[in-house]
Design a protein around this ligand. Structure first.
Ligand SMILES: *Cc1c(COP(=O)(O)O)cnc(C)c1O
Length: 422
């Protein structure tokens, strides 16, 4: 079973499941549950796989902060020399608070506000990935007021089908993201004429959880054709940003190793002068984290058995949102017969499930680990049902670090007030 875990640093020991050298039950004893637990070594390995695949090239790896924005996680990537792909001013503040370098930040997103533009310009970020003509004009005006020049890339929509879940596919013509391929030339000309804009590059990101390199290869071909056409028009780009999107294994998916995924893109880029940039999120953190939860009750019904656990859809939304599959494993081996369970949370919604029909050998009070929960887990969590958000712990070798305290209930309504009487 050991080699089967989707989390590389998770293994069985006499003390139950361990992440690196720390037993998960010790983490639950110290910090309670539900708790997100991450492995620093797994983060490092994932980052280094990108570094090795890009060795010898002028390439930057800009971690997509929205996958997991905990300062502890960001600080690990910052120390490894990562850049960051952000989608809000809030994420920029986090990057800086975590010790990240704003000069390595690229700013994506369709709805950048004036305040966010000012913040990013004042910090001196590396590039705005501009997603519309209106944004380009607003950015020029904001930079002008600040007597600055904004570096930009246009996010171009290459109109290729990434063959992933429709909610996480972003590169089709019908998506809200980026500017249409046919419009890009005109917008680059406009950008070149704007006094407070400096054209730095081009960007594209076609979707997430990609398991096949072919769509990105096709997108790269299209992007490079555009880059060459722009050069012919006297607009030379310094960098090409090919986004994120590499998938991970949740169940039986077979994502290519990073080097294999990047190879077709890199071979198209061979011999070119532009710097390259990637924006991986899920593939850097998804399989470095799990959600630790405790069984509150077992309900044995006539049709189904339910394991009611203390984590819920507010903690991990992906199953309810995308019908996503996450592996669920027992933390301690029990000598009780395995039964098939629906793993559900306490929230008052029928959609509040974490896993369907899993064979588990468990008793009330046992701990379960929900695997591959490092990406789009905590960052998509909510306080629905006035549930305090989970704690987060980073394991480093034999040490555990609390990188986010469990929320208190009082903090959830601290910004609210009763209506005055009369
Ligand atoms: C979400 C996102 C990413 C990261 O995607 P992953 O699938 O997590 O690698 C990168 N770039 C942009 C613009 C994004 O929106």
């Amino acid at each position: 079973m050991n080699s089967d875990f989707v989390i590389p640093t998770l293994h069985e020991s006499t003390r139950g499941l361990q992440l690196e050298q720390v037993s998960l039950s010790a983490i639950a004893d110290c910090f309670g549950s539900p708790t997100y637990v991450y492995s620093e070594a797994a983060l490092r390995q994932a980052f280094q796989a990108y570094e090795q695949a890009l060795a010898g090239r002028e390439a930057s790896i800009c971690y997509a902060v929205k996958a997991n924005s905990n300062l502890g996680v960001l600080s690990v990537f910052a120390r490894l020399g990562a850049g960051f792909d952000i989608v809000s001013g809030g994420e920029l503040s986090r990057v800086i608070a975590a010790g990240g370098d704003p000069a390595k930040v690229v700013f994506s997103g369709v709805g950048k506000s004036v305040a966010e533009m000012r913040q990013a310009l004042a910090c001196g970020i590396r590039c705005f990935n501009v997603e519309s003509e209106a944004e380009l004009e607003r950015l020029d005006a904001v930079a002008g007021e600040m007597r600055l020049v904004a570096p930009i890339a246009l996010r171009v929509n290459p109109d290729v089908d990434p063959k992933t879940h429709p909610y996480i596919s972003t590169g089709l013509r019908s998506n809200k993201f980026g500017v249409a391929f046919d419009e890009a030339m005109r917008l680059y000309e406009l950008a070149a004429a704007l006094p407070h804009i400096r054209i730095s590059g081009i960007a594209c990101h076609i979707g997430s959880q990609l398991l096949d390199p072919a769509p990105m290869e096709e997108a790269t071909r299209k992007i490079l054709a555009l880059v060459d056409r722009l050069k012919g028009w006297g607009i030379a780009l310094e960098h090409i940003d090919l986004g994120g999107g590499l998938g991970i294994r949740y169940r039986d998916e077979q994502p290519p190793p990073v080097a294999e995924y990047l190879a077709p893109m890199l071979s198209l880029l061979n011999g070119r002068s532009e710097k390259i940039c990637f924006e991986p999120g899920r593939s850097l953190i998804g399989n470095a984290g799990l959600l630790l939860t405790r069984v509150e009750y077992l309900k044995h019904g006539t049709e189904k058995n339910f394991a009611v656990v203390d984590a819920a859809m507010n903690d991990l939304a992906r199953p309810a949102l995308y019908d996503a599959y996450h592996e669920v494993v027992e933390v301690d081996r029990r000598a009780v017969p395995a039964l098939h369970y629906e793993v559900v949370g306490p929230i008052c919604e029928s959609g509040d499930f974490l896993a369907h029909d899993r064979k588990l050998s468990i008793e009330q009070g046992d701990l379960l680990a929900i695997l591959s929960a490092g990406a789009y887990g905590m960052t998509m969590s909510s306080n629905y049902n006035t549930r305090p958000r989970a704690a987060e712990v980073m394991v480093v070798g034999e040490r555990m670090h609390l990188i986010r305290e469990r929320e208190s209930v009082e903090s959830l309504y601290a910004l609210e007030s009763r209506l005055p009487q009369g």
